[in-house]
Design a protein around this ligand. Structure first.
Ligand code: SF4
Ligand code: SF4
Length: 329
C-alpha cells in the first residue's frame, strides 16, 4: 500500500529513525523503521511498528497533571473526550470514532507523556534525513537500512526511497522477514545492496507458533534472494526454550549449506534481549513473553560461540555469535 500526503506525494509511515547504528549492515548507518508487519513474533521489541497506522503511546509517569498543564484537553477538537485521566494524570487515549487522530495532543504535550508512534514522511523528507550523515557513510562504508515492522508491507515506498538513495550514491540495506509476495521483494531488491533476514526455525509449525506465520514462503524467498545474487545476512534470534537448540541450529546449517550453497555473507546467532517492554506499556498491549527471564549472559555467551563454531567447522558457514563481526563484503 502506497501512502500519499495531501499534495499526492508518495510517503511511508515511519515509526522511528535511528542515526549512527552499527549492527544492521556495514559501517555507520541511518535506520528507518517502517510500520506494518505480517507477523507477530512473541519476542518482538518494536510493538509500535506492527500496526499500519499512527498510534498514541502514553507515558503516565511523565504527565504534569491535567490541573497544572492540561494542554492536551485544550487543543483537542473533541474537547478531550478521548482522553482519560486517573488522579489528574493521563492514563489512556481512546482512539475510537471520537478521536479523529489529529495528534494535536501529542504535538502540544510538553513532557512527552503523549507520543505519536508513526508519522507519514515523503520520499524527499526521508532522503534529506538520510543524506545528513553522508560523510559518516563515506568514512565507514555505511549507508541506510530500512527495517520495521516489515519493510515489505510498504514495498512501493521502500522501493522509491531505495532508488532515491542509490541515485545519491548511498549504500542500501533492507532488514526483512521475507514473509511477502515475491514481486514485492524483487521490486525492493532492485536498489538494495544488502539483505538481512531471519530463519527463526526450520519446523514450520513451531515457526508459526512463535511468529504467527509458517516458514515456507520465507524459505522460498531466501532461496530466490540467493538465486538473484543478492548479498545476504541470515540471523536466528536465540530464545532458549523456543529457538536455538543444537538440533535447530544444525537444521538451519543444513539448509544454508544444501539449499543455498553457503552463498551468504554471514550467519548470525543473536541472543534474546528483553527489550521494548515500556513501549508495550505505552500502547496498553501486554508483553507476549510475560515473565520470561532469559538466561544470564555467562550461560548463553559460551553456548552461542559453541554453536557458531559447529557451523563454521562442520558446515563451512561463515557463522558468528552476535552482530558485531565485520561483514565480509
Ligand atoms: S489525537 Fe486529536 S482528537 Fe484524538 S485525543 Fe488527541 S487531540 Fe483529541
Ligand atoms: S499535555 Fe501532556 S503533560 Fe499536559 S496534561 Fe496532557 S498528557 Fe499531561
Amino acid at each position: 500500500m502506497l501512502h500519499k500526503n495531501a499534495s499526492g506525494a508518495p510517503c511511508a509511515l515511519v515509526s522511528n529513525i535511528q542515526k549512527y547504528t552499527i549492527h544492521d549492515g556495514p559501517g555507520i548507518r541511518t535506520e528507518l523503521f517502517f510500520t506494518g508487519c505480517t507477523m507477530n513474533c512473541l519476542w518482538c521489541s518494536n510493538p509500535e511498528t506492527i500496526a499500519l497506522k499512527p498510534q498514541i503511546g502514553i507515558y503516565p509517569s511523565k504527565c504534569l497533571s491535567v490541573d497544572k498543564c492540561g494542554y492536551c484537553v485544550k487543543v483537542c477538537p473533541e474537547k478531550g473526550a478521548p482522553l482519560e485521566f486517573s488522579n489528574g494524570v493521563i492514563n489512556a487515549v481512546h482512539m475510537t470514532k471520537t478521536c479523529d487522530t489529529c495528534f494535536k495532543c501529542t504535538d502540544m504535550c510538553p513532557s512527552r507523556a503523549l507520543k505519536q508512534w508513526g508519522e507519514l514522511m515523503t520520499i524527499d523528507e526521508m532522503l534529506r534525513v538520510i543524506a545528513e550523515d553522508r560523510s559518516f557513510y563515506q568514512k565507514t562504508g555505511g549507508g541506510v537500512t530500512l527495517s520495521g515492522g516489515e519493510v515489505m508491507v510498504q514495498w512501493e515506498a521502500a522501493a522509491l526511497l531505495l532508488e532515491a538513495c542509490k541515485k545519491s550514491s548511498i549504500n542500501t540495506c533492507v532488514e526483512t522477514a521475507l514473509n511477502c509476495p515475491r514481486e514485492h521483494m524483487e521490486a525492493v531488491y532492485r536498489c538494495t545492496d544488502l539483505v538481512i533476514t531471519d530463519i527463526k526455525h526450520m519446523d514450520s509449525e513451531k515457526h508459526k507458533a512463535f511468529s504467527g506465520a509458517g516458514n515456507e514462503l520465507i524459505l522460498s524467498n531466501i532461496k530466490r534472494t540467493v538465486e538473484l545474487g543478492k548479498k545476504l545476512v541470515i540471523r536466528t534470534p536465540i530464545v532458549p526454550g523456543y529457538t536455538g537448540d543444537e538440533a535447530d541450529i544444525r537444521a538451519i546449517g543444513a539448509f544454508i549449506r544444501d539449499e543455498l550453497g553457503n552463498n551468504i555473507v554471514q550467519y548470525q546467532l543473536l541472543p534474546y534481549r528483553k527489550m521494548g517492554t515500556e513501549k508495550y506499556d505505552s500502547l496498553g498491549i501486554p508483553y507476549p513473553m510475560g515473565d520470561y527471564q532469559p538466561p544470564e549472559r555467562s550461560a548463553w555467551e559460551a553456548d552461542l560461540l559453541r554453536l557458531a563454531n559447529i557451523l563454521v567447522t562442520e558446515y563451512g558457514i561463515p557463522a558468528a555469535a552476535g552482530s558485531s563481526k565485520k561483514l565480509d563484503i
